[in-house]
Design a protein around this ligand. Structure first.
Ligand SMILES: [Ca+2]
Ligand SMILES: [Ca+2]
Length: 1004
């Protein structure tokens, strides 16, 4: 129960954290950044495959999103050769304090890293090893022998098993001055402090002396972290010491060797000895990981509970060591290259992101706040409270299996605020949907200038509030507080207002110059088997079941963007990526369980944003699949609807009648037209009621939120005519009001030209209705091409005449340039199945798709021979896995080497056509002139003032001669052209023969 609440909160905070760009801080949180800082220990050698500053720099945005404040770089200096351990040596045997390890790059690379970190609002501290150098440090021979501690024979000395070092002697004042000078070298470059290795081996007066000077001379807040637990380190000026004792105790608790009492006596000991000093708290670090094992080895299933203590106990200044952010269960080699594999955001990342956001949001958890109150305890459980003013954080941890934990904070009274963040400079008025137990009994205001509450609306459920928030023109980006008040009780919930990206409103969208590649994300590529199953979703992966989840994910798409771009595609449409938490068949994503969360089995919101950015880098646009007609029965709100009419409810299950004409039929009965829009699509998908104004507003904001948040380029709307048509037209208007050039294509699955045309915005409809929907999908053309290529012995009115007839209806449409054309999609037979796996038919279809008017779209795998081999259509089977997308796949069709025979032939045919199409304005914007025939052929020209393209399809089983002279009105004067597919020069005449079942595309 409590865990569930945490998971709900987790999703909000993950989104909020993903949005976070450090703006105005909430006034309740300390201005001293060290107070709520989380430290990341960066092992440059192992953090990336490259092991360089440059590669680590690229990782910084991820660390920022994780909620890191301080990056501690392990020693970055050249390593001594004499006595070196292993091949590359220990970072802690330093040969030159004023240079960087060439393994990592150059000083300029370091400066670039530092600059990037500061741009992101991160602080950087570097490891300082003042106790010793390598035995071949120039000081050993060039300076006075008294700079080092020496034995009776005058040799430098080592300590412990550190055979690769020489201990410095702090009795020597010159050495001290040189050491101070080297520290200044880095402070002058702009670092924010030091982590001081074996700090207690160096005299107190040295630290006290240099820290006092540095703090006086450098105006920025410097942070000094001591590796050491002696209390005199605080007197020496360190901000933070290692909580070694706690660390060992947590290991013991996790191993059943210690109990609650030992934890409580530690807390008392810590309070008496350290007061408000910060204590570095950790479940791992570089020494523990390499020499004693990962947190999973030492703590087993208790690792999360122990981490919760590290983030919430008094004094805690939490640490994440390289690899922990993705739960990497591996002991790093210390003296060799042993990099992390290319891991990505996963459930461990979510966990730490949650803890970091918690630390940032709560003054009660500030490192210097000693407040600690036991709420209850037993031998193996502890519940305690931390407070600061009104802020209260209550933490419960079970100190035995199953190691459950919970964190209760004032804002957990609000389990959801949607949309999770907003922007300055938006046209759309913001209305928050706030969900929390009995939240309607609270009053709400906003703390922070520029934002105000303009209206509060109660719902029928006491657990919702709809709050109109005015984001004034003077509002600055930053974190604001929603302040909830009831009598003398109050609490705050942070809300982020971000800076709107410049040019956001004017973004361009997909047009006739694009080629859209449609993907079922669950079936494309599984780059991260670690997210195939998650704690907070029901259905688990089972690749053997056609209707089960197969594990494909966003990273799989990101990893194959090059393949998609190489094919000639310039846009990607994925079937829905949002959370679908149905128990069965959740793979398709059309039964939404959370409108503001990417399904964790696909990745995270942050990863969606990354996907959009990576697609843009490769010149591809991103189209999001939007479902407003229905959610899933697994949606979180189904247990507690805000209003009874939030969805369409009936005394017993009532299906839609699927009768589209009733939406435009002047003779239609109310009974039929109401049932079309209010009946459910299927029993697992509750039908949304867009006549409820809060519902409509929710969906308007939601589409805008994803567009603004991710930078995506367009929308595709599912089951469009099943939505109430007038509110839905207002939905389109609202989105276009924010993004005037955004393209939105609606799925109006209608085979009738006139009925399809009705749904396009601006169409001159008899009833005056205007959908405001820019694009429609050309189902009549799709059906015509499919039928034409399927018929073996077509009669009159059949075969290619069908295609002629479809194009002949172009007068019916309001805007031809916005027609999306396609051969198939996720709801249709595989084209290879439809055309009996005949590659000639496939090539004809590709030629048409690449040359007729409209915006072409291809279903993944239809560029090759993806087929079920069956006569019937099963959605689960036709949405098959892309070979090569799964580890261990026998073939890899993503690579040129993996493709052979017909697969290579078809793929290359598509690639040739669509790479050619990219630059052809005559195809994108030219006019069409076509010629009717009766022999199962089809001829047409695309033309503009300067160019012409001629297409001839021979769909018959015999060769045909082109009746070129019939085309004189447009073809006269056309001499030599180029065959677009073969690149050969061609001159067409009345005797040009076109072989059976081929298409000819010639440009002039
Ligand atoms: Ca996966
Ligand atoms: Ca409906």
């Amino acid at each position: 129960m409590i865990m569930k609440r945490i998971l709900l909160l987790l999703s909000i905070i993950a989104v909020a954290a993903a949005c976070s760009e450090k703006g105005a801080k909430a006034p309740t949180v300390s201005d001293d950044w060290t107070e709520n800082a989380v430290i990341y220990e960066l092992n440059v050698r192992q953090a990336t495959p490259e092991g360089t500053f440059a590669a680590a720099e690229a990782k910084l945005p991820e660390l920022k999103e994780l909620g890191i404040d301080v990056v501690w770089i392990m020693p970055l200096y050249p390593i001594g050769v004499e006595g070196r351990k292993g091949t590359l040596g220990s970072y802690y045997a330093i040969k030159d304090y004023c240079d960087v390890n060439p393994e990592f790059g150059t000083l300029a690379d370091f400066d670039s890293f530092l600059c990037k970190a500061h741009d992101l609002g991160l602080k950087v501290i570097i490891d300082w090893v003042a106790n010793h150098t390598s035995p071949d440090h120039p000081w050993v021979t060039e300076k006075d022998p008294s700079w080092y501690v020496r034995d009776a024979e005058g040799k430098t000395v080592v300590e412990y098993d550190w055979t690769d070092i020489a201990k410095l002697d702090y009795a020597n004042k010159d050495m001290r001055a040189a050491m101070e000078g080297c520290m200044r070298f880095w402070l002058d470059r702009g670092i924010d402090g030091f982590r001081c290795d074996v700090a207690s081996q160096v005299p107190q007066d040295f630290w006290a002396d240099v820290f006092t000077k540095f703090r006086n001379e450098y105006p920025r807040r410097l942070f000094f972290l001591a590796e050491g637990e002696e209390t005199w380190l605080n007197d020496a000026g360190f901000d933070c010491t290692y909580a070694w004792r706690l660390h060992h105790l947590l290991n013991d608790i996790a191993q059943g060797k210690a109990d609650t009492d030992s934890l409580l006596s530690y807390i008392k000991w810590n309070e008496e000895g350290y007061g408000t000093s910060h204590r570095l708290t950790f479940t791992s670090n570089h020494d523990e990981n390499s020499w004693n094992g990962t947190e999973f080895e030492r703590m087993g299933d208790a690792w999360k509970a122990m981490a919760v203590l590290c983030w919430t106990l008094p004094g805690s200044q939490p640490l994440i060591y390289t690899g922990q952010e993705v739960g990497y269960d591996h002991r790093f080699e210390f003296f060799e290259k042993d990099p992390m594999p290319d891991w990505h955001h996963n459930a461990a990342t979510d966990f730490y992101t949650y803890l970091n956001a918690l630390k940032h949001a709560h003054p009660a958890l500030e490192s210097g706040n000693p407040s600690f109150e036991i709420v209850s305890s037993s031998d193996s459980s502890l519940c305690f409270k931390r407070t600061a003013g009104n802020d209260v954080v209550t933490v419960s941890v079970l100190l035995k299996a199953p190691w459950t934990w919970s964190v209760d904070t004032p804002e957990t009274r609000v389990s959801k605020v949607e949309p999770p963040c907003w922007w300055t400079g938006m046209k759309t008025d913001l209305q928050l949907m706030i969900y929390g137990e009995d939240i309607s009994s609270w009053d709400v205001s906003v703390d922070g200038s520029g934002l105000s509450v303009a209206g509060i609306h109660k719902a029928e459920s006491p657990n919702y509030l709809f709050v109109d928030v005015k984001v004034g023109p003077g509002a600055k980006p930053g974190t604001y507080d929603l302040v909830f008040r009831k009598g003398s009780d109050s609490f705050r919930r942070p809300y982020e207002i971000l800076a709107r990206e410049e040019g956001s409103a004017a973004r361009k969208s997909f047009t006739t110059s694009d080629f859209i590649y449609l993907i079922n994300p669950d079936r494309f590529a599984n780059a991260d088997p670690g997210n195939d199953n998650t704690d907070d979703t029901f259905e688990t992966a089972d690749r053997s079941r056609p209707f089960g989840r197969h594990g494909g994910d966003l990273q799989g798409i990101i990893d194959h963007i090059d393949y998609i771009a190489d094919l000639g595609a310039t846009a990607i449409w994925c079937t829905p990526l949002l959370m679908d938490n149905q128990h069965h068949e959740s793979y398709h994503g059309y039964a939404c369980g959370d409108y503001y969360r990417i399904d964790p089995r696909f990745g995270s919101n942050a990863q969606y944003k990354e996907y959009v950015a990576k697609a843009h880098e490769k010149g591809l646009k991103v189209i999001m699949d939007i479902v407003t007609n229905h959610c899933g029965t697994g949606h979180w709100w189904m247990k507690d609807l805000p209003f009874n009419d939030w969805i369409h409810q009936f005394p017993e299950y009532t299906n839609t009648n699927y009768i589209f004409p009733s939406a435009m039929d002047p003779n239609a009965s109310d009974y039929d037209s109401n049932l079309l829009v209010s009946g459910w699509f299927v029993p697992s998908m509750p039908d949304m009621n867009l006549d409820n104004p809060f519902m409509l507003k929710y969906f308007q904001q939601w589409a805008i939120w994803w567009t603004e948040y991710s930078g995506q380029d367009g929308l595709r709307v599912d089951t469009y005519p099943y939505n109430e048509k007038v509110p839905m037209s207002k939905w389109c208007e609202a989105v276009l009001n924010e993004y005037p050039d955004l393209n939105i294509v609606g799925e109006c699955w209608d085979s009738n030209f006139d009925q399809l045309a009705y749904w396009q915005g601006g169409n001159a409809n008899g009833d005056g209705f205007d959908s405001h929907l820019p694009s429609i999908m050309d189902f009549p053309l799709q059906e015509a091409i499919n039928a034409a290529l399927s018929e073996s012995n077509p009669g009159w009115g059949q075969g290619m005449y069908r295609v002629y007839n479809a194009i002949a209806h172009d007068a019916t449409y309001h805007d031809l340039s916005k027609m999306m054309i396609f051969l198939s999609n996720h709801d249709h037979y595989r084209i290879a199945d439809s055309w009996h796996q005949d590659p000639d038919k496939m090539k004809i279809a590709y030629s048409l798709l690449a040359t007729v008017r409209g915006i072409p779209q291809l279903f993944y795998g239809d560029e090759m021979m993806f087929a079920t081999g069956k006569d019937y259509k099963s959605d689960g089977e036709l949405r098959m896995d892309f070979p090569g997308g799964w580890e261990g796949d026998a073939t890899n069709l993503f690579t040129e080497e993996g493709r052979a025979g017909v697969e290579a032939e078809l793929h290359d045919y598509v690639k040739t056509l669509f790479q050619w199409r990219k630059g052809k304005d005559v195809i994108h914007n030219g006019r069409t002139k076509h010629f009717m025939t009766r022999d199962n052929t089809y001829a047409f020209f695309r033309y503009n003032d300067t160019d012409k393209v001629f297409v001839y399809v021979n769909n018959s089983p015999e060769e045909k001669t082109i009746p070129w002279s019939h085309y004189a009105e447009i073809a006269s004067g056309l001499g030599e052209g180029v065959n677009v597919v073969t690149g050969e020069k061609v001159t067409i005449t009345d005797s040009t023969v076109v072989p059976a079942s081929t298409a000819l595309v010639v440009e002039y």
